[in-house]
Design a protein around this ligand. Structure first.
Ligand SMILES: Cc1cc2nc3c(=O)[nH]c(=O)nc-3n(C[C@H](O)[C@H](O)[C@H](O)COP(=O)(O)OP(=O)(O)OC[C@H]3O[C@@H](n4cnc5c(N)ncnc54)[C@H](O)[C@@H]3O)c2cc1C
Ligand code: FES
Length: 256
């Protein structure tokens, strides 16, 4: 069930100037969360950042009622979040959207940049069902792949970077694992649109079902403003309520 709740920052870790991880704790018991769902965060001091900002749920700890986010500073909102201190409050609407199914026996998870974040909780959900997924992560350089540690022991991890500083020097679709892509029965991908389109193209060519998580710019996050719509074969749909996860075959011209 969707809820507005106050959370407290319990830790913040600055990976580099651009990237940080933040863990927040709810005073109440967390609602049930599906992998791939997101939150809408009210940024403290709303004069410049009136609208809530959508952020993927990277990880969930139901014992401690905490959520983890992995964030790239791109503007005022994410910049202000990066300046938060332990003990600060954050008002959050969660869980939003329709996430990933875990309807696969041989899943391949492909993430790029901040799109790696929702794959952490997805991999955990597969592992809890007794399935160890393959996870292929791509980034500009090694420092964009720090989330890889969360997959230790729960997934088979494959890495690539643009500059070769970690894993293969390649884009995800050029990684050697992709030569064996037919070993998998479903692909789940999140990351830059150009990366997801390239992954979707391979999936369609190889006839493998593919789920993509879209990050269209959002405002209300609850289906009221229509600013996040995407074209599907059944007409326009709101990414915030009908997505962010879509089967690529339901999207119009996504992989063209
Ligand atoms: C469902 C969903 C999940 C997301 N998950 C994450 C996440 O886990 N981690 C993370 O770092 N970011 C995530 N984003 C993107 C994040 O919401 C934006 O980066 C953030 O809202 C920017 O706010 P800002 O105030 O810092 O920047 P603004 O001042 O609003 O904008 C600064 C720049 O960022 C661009 N920008 C704004 N929104 C987006 C967007 N949605 N996608 C791409 N560029 C954008 C603007 O065009 C502008 O160039 C997600 C977005 C969506 C829709
Ligand atoms: S963000 Fe308002 S309808 Fe989706």
């Amino acid at each position: 069930m969707k809820r507005i709740a106050d959370f407290k920052v319990v830790s913040i870790h600055h990976i580099c100037d651009e990237l940080f991880e933040i863990e927040v704790q709810c005073v109440e018991k967390l609602e049930h969360i599906e992998p791939g769902q997101f939150v809408n965060v009210m940024i403290p001091d709303t004069r410049q950042t009136f609208l809530r900002r959508p952020i993927s749920i990277c990880d969930v700890d139901v014992e401690n009622n905490t959520l983890r986010f992995y964030i790239r500073k791109v503007g005022n909102g994410t910049g202000k979040m990066s300046n938060m201190q332990t003990g600060d409050s954050l008002n959050i609407v969660y869980p939003l959207g329709k996430g990933f199914d875990t309807d696969s026996q041989r899943p391949l998870l492909i993430g790029g940049g901040c799109g790696i974040a929702p794959l952490v909780y997805l991999a955990k959900n597969f592992y809890a069902k007794g399935i160890k997924p393959a996870v292929l992560l791509g980034g500009k350089s090694a420092r964009f792949l720090t989330l890889k540690t969360y997959f230790n022991g729960i997934a088979d991890v494959y890495l690539c970077t643009d500059d070769g500083s970690e894993g293969e020097k390649a884009m995800v679709t050029q990684h050697s694992l992709m030569k064996k892509v037919r070993d998998f029965d479903k692909i789940y991908t999140c990351g830059p649109q150009v990366m997801m389109k390239a992954v979707a193209k391979v999936a369609i060519e190889q006839n493998i079902p593919c789920m993509v998580s879209l990050e269209n710019t959002m405002a209300c996050g609850v289906g009221a403003c229509l600013c996040c719509v995407t074209k599907t074969r059944e007409g326009h749909k709101c990414v915030c309520t009908e997505g962010p996860v879509f089967n690529v075959m339901d999207l119009e011209n996504f992989a063209d």
